[in-house]
Design a protein around this ligand. Structure first.
Ligand SMILES: NC(=O)c1ccc[n+]([C@@H]2O[C@H](COP(=O)([O-])OP(=O)(O)OC[C@H]3O[C@@H](n4cnc5c(N)ncnc54)[C@H](OP(=O)(O)O)[C@@H]3O)[C@@H](O)[C@H]2O)c1
Length: 248
């Protein structure tokens, strides 16, 4: 009984800490203003679940795409408008070529090293921001997650009282730092916080905003829909300077 109570206390303290440390909303800078004309987008994490959807859907939208990958063989997409650049977000020099001609950067970085302290998301994003600043690239759309900042608890009970405290505390702590890095940058940024991600076709519709998610149930969304939502933020200024939850 004591152990259970201590565990519940730890889970609650973790969620409060993730809530306080992550980005908390301020008013959006502008509403519904048209974004800049963008020729090329850089997708970071292009070989991942969301990243592949971003690449494919950006190409469908007629954009020029650069895919930053550690291993080109893992991408599995070829297209005349796709440029593949080998790089590692933890190696700043390897980002220069990819960032140089980008009009916007879409970051869908992730990893599976759950059970130990990690700074891949935050340090990697800091390097991306640095490269963008050096090359005058202004717009960053970054995928994080519901459950941090002012969305703490909104991944539902399963996450709040099991997955976050047992499996993902280090990972989510790094995600809060990643949000801090983005929000502290002087870029035109938008943080996108999806619910639990699923593969397969999107529905083409979703709910988004600061109050989406559930304190009880796990809310979900397809990576395909997250990719569409992120791409919308490349050309819309509506959600600049905000962290926005998105789920079905
Ligand atoms: N899974 C969920 O239910 C869920 C829910 C909410 C939010 N999210 C978040 O959404 C994001 C995307 O998730 P996902 O599952 O779609 O992606 P994912 O399949 O985990 O892909 C992650 C991508 O990041 C790349 N990457 C990792 N370390 C890198 C490095 N050092 N340099 C360059 N690239 C690197 C990976 O490249 P390699 O192929 O080379 O490894 C891969 O392309 C993640 O941050 C995830 O935590 C996930």
């Amino acid at each position: 009984m004591t152990i259970l109570l201590l565990f519940l206390l730890y889970s609650i303290v973790l969620s409060v800490a993730l809530g306080r440390a992550g980005y908390r909303a301020r008013p959006a800078r502008s509403a519904n203003a048209p974004g800049p004309a963008l020729g090329r987008v850089l997708v970071v994490g292009a070989t991942g679940g969301t990243g592949r959807e971003l690449v494919a859907r950006a190409l469908d939208r007629g954009l020029e795409v650069t895919a930053l990958v550690r291993d080109p063989a893992r991408l599995g997409i070829e297209h005349p408008r796709l440029r593949v650049v080998r790089g590692d977000v933890l190696d700043p020099a390897s980002l220069e070529d990819a960032v140089r001609d980008a009009g916007a950067v879409l970051c869908a970085l992730g990893h599976r090293r759950y059970f130990g302290p990690s700074r891949i998301l935050s340090a990697g994003t800091r390097n991306i921001v640095g490269a963008m600043e050096r090359h005058g690239v202004r717009r960053l759309v970054c995928e994080t997650s519901l459950g941090i900042g002012d969305s703490a608890g909104r991944m539902g009970l399963l996450y709040t009282f099991f997955l976050l405290p047992v499996v993902l505390p280090f990972y989510f702590w790094d995600k809060t730092r990643q949000e801090q890095v983005v929000a502290a940058s002087g870029l035109d940024w938008a943080i996108v916080r999806p619910g639990a991600l699923v593969d397969g076709p999107g529905r083409g519709r979703w709910r988004h905003g600061a109050a989406v998610g559930s304190l009880l149930w796990t809310v979900r969304i397809a990576r395909a829909d997250v990719a569409e939502f992120m791409l919308d933020q490349v050309t819309s200024d509506e959600l600049l300077g905000t962290a926005t939850g998105v789920c079905w």
